[in-house]
Write a new protein. Sequence first.
Length: 211
Amino acid sequence: MNNQKRVEILTRLREQNPHPQTELEWRSPFELLISVLLSAQATDVSVNKATAKLYPVANTPQAILDLGVEGVKEYIKTIGLFNSKAENVIKTCRILIEKHNGEVPEDRAALEALPGVGRKTANVVLNTAFGWPTIAVDTHIFRVSNRTKFAMGKNVDEVEQKLLKVVPKEFKVDVHHWLILHGRYTCVARKPRCGSCIIEDLCEFKEKLSD
């Protein structure tokens, strides 16, 4: 795919959704961090249902630490892998208090040092909470980037590096959200909704499907 086509794709996605947001519900960088940590192999909807009950009770590192592992489990037991996630949440809160004065660090290395936080989670927090031009590649973005031929790669790291290279600066902060939403609602895994896609004529997916 050439750069002219990429710019047109991003322009259309921006026109459709000028100010894209994550579908996770959060009101502070800490809430976002915990929500993203909980969202691994789980839907945003399931995470939001759990945090809607958790955050009014505890939405600071100390408050969650006071709940303890078992207390956290009670709030997140409807989410997949809740046992290990509860452990990671408590460990993360302890590190934030001990090393970062209870604040979420605006630093990639510090974020990736937190239990349960990998490069993707760090990218989401840096992008969504702090406005960094990072691109977190999940299964949706990986699929859309390869299927459309926008930024092809054999794994998420390759796709991330390709996106960082080919996406112009003016689109970088928002491209993560545009691609994830496009993959979640239009360019879905089993039967992409090509007939209702605003970039169908630009997409280089050969096996296009009509609605």
